[in-house]
Design a protein around this ligand. Structure first.
Ligand code: SF4
Ligand code: SF4
Length: 58
Protein backbone atom coordinates (compact mmCIF):
# COMPACT_ATOMS: atom_id res chain seq x y z
CA UNK A 1 0.00 0.00 0.00
CA UNK A 2 1.26 3.43 -0.87
CA UNK A 3 -1.39 5.67 0.64
CA UNK A 4 -1.52 7.49 3.91
CA UNK A 5 -3.96 8.32 6.66
CA UNK A 6 -5.38 11.75 7.22
CA UNK A 7 -7.10 13.18 10.28
CA UNK A 8 -10.23 15.20 9.64
CA UNK A 9 -12.74 16.16 12.30
CA UNK A 10 -11.08 14.54 15.30
CA UNK A 11 -13.32 14.77 18.38
CA UNK A 12 -10.43 14.25 20.81
CA UNK A 13 -12.14 11.26 22.39
CA UNK A 14 -8.95 9.26 22.96
CA UNK A 15 -10.32 5.94 21.73
CA UNK A 16 -7.37 5.58 19.39
CA UNK A 17 -4.76 6.13 22.10
CA UNK A 18 -3.67 2.54 22.58
CA UNK A 19 -4.17 0.90 19.18
CA UNK A 20 -1.06 2.07 17.34
CA UNK A 21 1.90 -0.31 17.63
CA UNK A 22 4.36 1.80 15.66
CA UNK A 23 4.26 5.10 17.52
CA UNK A 24 2.87 6.84 14.44
CA UNK A 25 -0.30 8.02 16.13
CA UNK A 26 -0.09 10.65 18.81
CA UNK A 27 -2.45 13.29 20.08
CA UNK A 28 -1.49 16.93 20.21
CA UNK A 29 -3.78 19.09 22.35
CA UNK A 30 -6.19 16.17 22.11
CA UNK A 31 -6.25 15.96 18.34
CA UNK A 32 -4.85 12.86 16.64
CA UNK A 33 -1.78 13.30 14.46
CA UNK A 34 -0.14 10.71 12.22
CA UNK A 35 3.57 10.47 11.56
CA UNK A 36 3.50 9.09 8.02
CA UNK A 37 7.10 7.96 8.29
CA UNK A 38 6.22 5.58 11.12
CA UNK A 39 2.74 4.47 10.02
CA UNK A 40 2.57 0.97 8.52
CA UNK A 41 -1.06 1.38 7.41
CA UNK A 42 -2.37 -1.36 9.69
CA UNK A 43 -5.72 0.49 9.81
CA UNK A 44 -6.32 -0.27 13.48
CA UNK A 45 -6.88 3.41 14.26
CA UNK A 46 -9.41 3.78 11.45
CA UNK A 47 -11.36 0.79 12.68
CA UNK A 48 -11.54 1.98 16.29
CA UNK A 49 -12.35 5.67 15.72
CA UNK A 50 -16.05 6.16 16.52
CA UNK A 51 -16.13 9.50 14.72
CA UNK A 52 -14.72 8.46 11.33
CA UNK A 53 -12.04 11.09 11.76
CA UNK A 54 -9.30 8.94 10.23
CA UNK A 55 -9.35 8.20 6.55
CA UNK A 56 -7.08 6.26 4.23
CA UNK A 57 -6.13 8.09 1.04
CA UNK A 58 -4.49 6.31 -1.87
S1 SF4 B 1 -2.70 2.83 10.57
FE1 SF4 B 1 -1.78 1.62 12.21
S2 SF4 B 1 0.35 2.28 12.26
FE2 SF4 B 1 -0.76 3.83 11.14
S3 SF4 B 1 -1.30 5.37 12.68
FE3 SF4 B 1 -3.04 3.94 12.49
S4 SF4 B 1 -2.70 2.41 14.09
FE4 SF4 B 1 -0.75 3.50 13.77
S1 SF4 C 1 -10.59 7.95 18.09
FE1 SF4 C 1 -10.96 9.36 16.37
S2 SF4 C 1 -12.02 11.13 17.24
FE2 SF4 C 1 -11.15 9.95 18.93
S3 SF4 C 1 -9.14 10.94 19.34
FE3 SF4 C 1 -8.79 9.25 17.90
S4 SF4 C 1 -8.93 10.17 15.84
FE4 SF4 C 1 -9.85 11.63 17.29
Amino acid sequence: MNGYIIVLGCKKCGKCDSVCNTGALERVDGTARIDHGKCNLCMRCIVICPNKALKYLE
